[in-house]
Design a protein around this ligand. Structure first.
Ligand code: ADP
Length: 489
């Protein structure tokens, strides 16, 4: 490391932070990066909304007595500030029950909450108000995804008083460009931002407003969660309408790969799996496999059977439909399939159909279960991710540590983290699909099964995979270096 970072103060605002709230990888990252930064000597304070699920997950959180006022639509609302700790980092919860005390973080069964714009306008204003209430002169305000994008605009707005954040630099991390926080332009007056920000050089996005774009335009620096995704999003094919803006900010955009928290995700210590195992002794994986098959109601297979797992949001992005389309041909081979996910009703229905058509061979659990996610990682032979795009992807990173071979699309962070296995040299950690299509998936899965049928090669692949280190150390240092460069500007 170049210089000591003891004096750097970070205020990190995220819409979800594990273990207090999580819908995907962002929650994991916002929960594991801050402790890693703290270990590097930085002071990190976190802020997030106090959702119903967070109130349950943080029973020891206490009311600080601080009160904030901010606008939500036409109303000024007050919020209480509650506090908990995450491995030594203070976590401040913005408690505004009318906005956040409900089932779901951003949506329920009937779709996105209609007041999401107000919920996150309020949250972004509360971030600045919190710094004022705490008199916390952060050097860096680190924002995550569209829900926090407006905070970058407030820091730059001539109409807001940033208080102790007057000298702060802002950094926005893009976890997924597909979530853009797009709302009607009539919302703009509710933001309290000056009219000049209601323009192409501001929040305006194809005739609407995008809260993500506020972050892309007004943050001092941008990161995304893998180097390859940083390149992809600057192209029309991967930019989702934001490629022009991102290309114009190329000098401010860096790809920093997400890290894994092996304290949570390691077969040697995992709290959720029936038996631990390690590269020196993989025997425990067998017990995990039996447990997995039982939980998913699948026929106990012989040792030659391949158990393939899918864990993730059931969204178009993740390609569960590609797996479903490939499944009838795939299941002609000796394969069991475990699918864990929740999401789009049409994909949930497709998964259910698949299980019905192949009883005993395909098991589907349509729920969000941390415990089952760990069990699939440990018990499966293959982790299938036929994603159409994937900013980083954590599942394949976890899978490597569990000696579970990732079968992934050659896109985004998947390409940065999975090395194709070469049977002639014995190098590599997984299998890549050229395109996210059923035929390519089948081809990659057959390659995986061919390898698995050769125990020496398979052992070699597993050991390669388990030896890869994606822990936060080096990547957290990259963030610290970036903060430092920003702070001296
Ligand atoms: P994304 O952030 O796009 O959802 P990632 O692969 O980066 O995808 O992270 C997914 C995280 O969410 C992993 O920790 C994974 O275990 C978890 N996850 C996704 N779906 C479920 C589910 N149904 N139950 C439990 N955990 C899930």
């Amino acid at each position: 490391m170049a210089t000591p970072s003891a004096s750097l103060k970070i205020l990190m605002a995220a819409p979800e932070i594990a273990p207090f709230a999580k819908t995907g990888g962002l929650g994991d990252v916002a929960g594991s990066l801050p402790p890693a930064l703290r270990r590097l000597g930085l002071e990190v304070r976190l802020v997030m909304p106090f959702y119903r699920v967070s109130q349950a997950a943080a029973p020891r959180a206490r009311d600080t007595g601080l009160r904030l006022r901010a606008a939500a639509g036409s109303k000024i609302l007050e919020a209480e500030v509650w506090q908990a700790e995450l491995e030594g980092c203070p976590v401040y919860f913005i408690k505004q029950d009318a906005l956040y005390d409900r089932d779901g973080l951003y949506q329920d069964k009937s779709g996105d909450f209609p007041d999401n714009p107000q919920r996150f306008i309020f949250f972004c204003q509360a971030v600045l108000e919190l710094a004022r209430a705490l008199d916390y002169a952060a050097d860096i305000v680190h924002l995550h995804d569209w829900q926090t994008g407006l905070a970058a605009a407030y820091l730059k707005s001539r109409l807001s008083d940033p208080g102790p954040l007057a000298g702060a630099k802002s950094l926005l991390t893009i976890h997924n460009l597909a979530f853009q926080g797009v709302f009607g332009r009539d919302i703009f007056p509710q933001t309290g931002l000056p009219p000049e920000m209601n323009s192409m050089g501001g929040l305006e996005f194809w005739g609407n407003l995008s809260f993500l774009k506020a972050g892309l335009v007004f943050s001092d620096a941008l990161t995304t969660v893998s180097p390859n995704y940083a390149r992809e999003i600057q192209t029309p094919a991967g930019g989702m309408g934001m490629d022009g803006i991102l290309a114009s900010r190329a000098g401010a955009l860096t790809g920093i790969l997400n890290g894994a928290d092996y304290g949570q995700w390691s077969p040697q210590s995992d709290a959720f799996i029936p038996k631990h195992y390690s590269p020196d002794d993989l025997a425990g994986k067998q017990a995990c496999r039996q447990a997995l098959l039982k939980v998913f109601g699948l026929e106990a297979p012989g040792p030659a059977t391949t158990v393939a797992g899918f864990v993730g949001r059931l969204a178009w992005q993740k390609g569960m439909d590609i797996l479903a389309e490939a499944a009838p041909r795939l299941l002609l081979d000796d394969v069991r399939l475990c699918i864990l996910g929740t999401g789009e009703p049409y994909l949930e229905a497709q998964a259910k159909e698949l299980a019905k058509a192949h009883p005993g061979r395909v098991g589907v659990r349509l729920l969000f279960s941390e415990e089952l996610a760990h069990l699939v990682q440990a018990g499966a032979d293959l982790m299938v991710m036929p994603s159409r795009f994937e900013p980083c992807g954590l599942n394949q990173i976890y899978a490597l540590k569990y000696g579970t071979a990732p079968v992934v699309s050659a896109t985004g962070g998947l390409k940065d983290t999975v090395e194709p296995f070469d049977p002639s040299s014995g190098e590599g950690t997984g299998f890549l699909l050229e395109k996210p299509a059923p035929a390519d998936l089948l081809c990659a899965l057959r390659e995986a099964m061919w390898t698995k049928a050769r125990p020496e090669l398979w052992r070699r692949l597993q050991l390669n995979a388990m030896s890869r280190d994606f822990s936060w150390g080096r990547n957290a240092e990259e963030y610290a270096d970036l903060y430092r460069r920003l702070a001296v500007r």
